[in-house]
Design a protein around this ligand. Structure first.
Ligand code: 5AD
Ligand code: SF4
Length: 469
């Protein structure tokens, strides 16, 4: 499980295999995109296990192939279609041998393309959007009766009500750091973004559901939870005290759960960073000093065209307030270069903002036209070559900052949550409070332990540390 941000990336992840034996049907889940998709894949896997399936980790062993897709940037849909082309061949071969391989497409491409997927790729038996995952077992049953099923509406019922909690065994298999979705969807309508269309309107999960899930995770040995939402800091709900809570109050309550020693959340919008959340960073040792706070651009003109509804100066001021509350906080962000109308001067404003803020890490993207979003029809689309050049410059600056941040950590004594074995058997892998990957000697502790270490040297992708006597 990756643990960075809610930023989609191209890296596929596979759901962990369940250990149940027997003659059950077998499902292979392949996940693209952000942590929300990883979380959703796990919940769909749990629903299928409850329905008698077993999860497997190869296509060859599967009777059902479930692809959870991402639509945030270009080419995602085309990649899904070429993968479906390969699966069509596999299905033909299997079915010629008397098998009955099924294929289901979930996620944001499913939501955006709907029926079109079955038209272009008849290999697909079920198309299911992110809001209807609780109907997956039923959809598969209908498909087994020969129907092509497309479930992409936004139903009134809550999908989480219909999705099971993970069995404790499955939670253990997933490790000591887990995701927990608290909010989904987005009402912000940034002009480049498909999320408000594919994930729908902002919905917060109720407090008791979140606390219940966090308690179950803690009982199963989870020590760190990352609260997920496309706009996680827009989360709100009625608290146990009858008042309306925001994310700050929720985190405060979650921090009291025995066993939950570390809390993170992602992804935040600058407009929703309220005082209570900033105060939580000041007061709670459990709330890790890491914040993914995308700004996208440092130019006011572009921010306006993007409909971000704040200026660069307001963002920098906000960062100052957050750092006043939690001076060691590591900041991360997302940036888009080459948004329609972006001039050299606008791009220089972005570089300037990055120099001013000093990020611990950041994700950089070339603007990618998403049909149906306002940005797609804007004038002044930027040349691909210009985007490539700007991306390289920005990445270079951010890489320098990331390396500098790593160097500054050398000599510091930090708590490390040991998450899994390292690449070498005599090493363990953990995360610093600032989310950096850290490698230590395996003799230092066991998975699930939080150990005090001193950072000794920066590596190529992370840091090395030794035990503090
Ligand atoms: N083009 C490029 N990057 C995008 N992102 C979202 N939509 C687009 C797009 N159309 C980036 C933003 C966002 C992150 C999740 O993906 O930076 O914060
Ligand atoms: Fe997309 Fe903007 Fe909503 Fe983030 S805040 S999900 S970028 S519309």
């Amino acid at each position: 499980m990756t643990h960075a941000t809610l930023t989609p990336d191209a890296k596929p992840e596979t759901a962990p295999a369940a250990q149940d034996g027997g003659q059950s049907r077998k499902v292979f889940v392949k996940t693209y995109g952000c942590q929300m998709n990883v979380y959703d894949s796990e919940r769909m896997g749990d629903a299928l296990v409850r329905d008698g399936y077993q999860t497997v980790d190869t296509v060859e062993a599967a009777d059902l192939i479930l692809i959870n897709t991402c639509h945030i940037r270009e080419k995602a849909a085309e990649k899904v279609y070429s993968q479906l082309g390969r699966l069509a061949k596999l299905k033909r071969e299997r079915n010629a041998e008397g098998g009955d391989l099924m294929v289901a497409v979930a996620g944001c491409v499913a939501q955006a393309e709907g029926q079109e997927i079955i038209r272009r790729a008849p290999v697909v038996d079920v198309v299911i959007g992110p809001q209807t995952y609780h109907r997956l077992p039923e959809a598969l049953a209908r498909a087994r009766n020969g129907e092509s099923v497309v479930e992409t509406e936004f139903p009134a019922e809550d999908k989480f009500d219909g999705l099971p909690n993970a069995p404790e065994k499955a939670i253990r298999a997933r490790g000591v750091a887990a995701f927990l979705t608290v909010q989904e969807g987005c009402d912000k309508f940034c002009t480049f973004c498909v999320v408000p269309y594919t994930r729908g309107a902002e919905v917060s999960r109720p407090v008791d559901r979140i606390l219940g899930e966090a308690e179950r995770l803690a009982e199963a040995g989870v020590r760190e939870i990352t609260l997920l939402g496309q706009n996680v800091n827009a989360w709100h709900g009625k608290g146990a005290d009858g008042r309306e809570w925001g994310l700050g109050e929720l985190v405060r309550r979650l921090a009291t759960i025995k066993g939950i020693d570390r809390i993170r959340y992602t992804t935040s919008h600058p407009r929703d960073m309220d005082d209570a959340l900033i105060a939580a960073h000041r007061d709670l040792p459990e709330l890790m000093p890491y914040l993914h706070l995308p700004v996208q651009s440092g130019s006011d003109r572009i921010l306006k065209a993007m409909n971000r509804r704040h200026t660069a100066a307001e963002y920098v001021k906000l960062v100052e307030r957050i750092r006043a509350a939690r001076p060691d906080i590591a900041l991360s962000g997302d940036f888009i270069v080459g948004f329609p109308g972006e001039t050299d001067a606008d791009f220089e404003d972005t570089m300037q903002l990055v120099r001013e803020v000093r990020y611990a890490s950041a994700f950089t993207f070339k603007y990618s036209i998403r049909p149906g979003t306002p940005g797609a029809d804007m004038e002044g689309q930027v040349d691909e070559a210009v985007k490539t050049e700007r991306l390289a410059q920005l990445q270079d600056l951010i890489n320098q900052q990331t390396r500098a941040f790593g160097r500054e950590c050398v000599g510091k004594v930090v708590d490390l949550l040991l998450e899994k074995p390292g690449r070498n058997t005599d090493q363990l892998f953990g995360r610093s409070p600032w989310l950096q990957p850290v490698i230590v000697d395996a003799k230092l502790g066991e998975i699930g332990d939080i150990v005090r270490v001193r950072i000794t040297q920066p590596g190529t992708t992370g840091l090395y540390a030794e035990l503090v006597e």
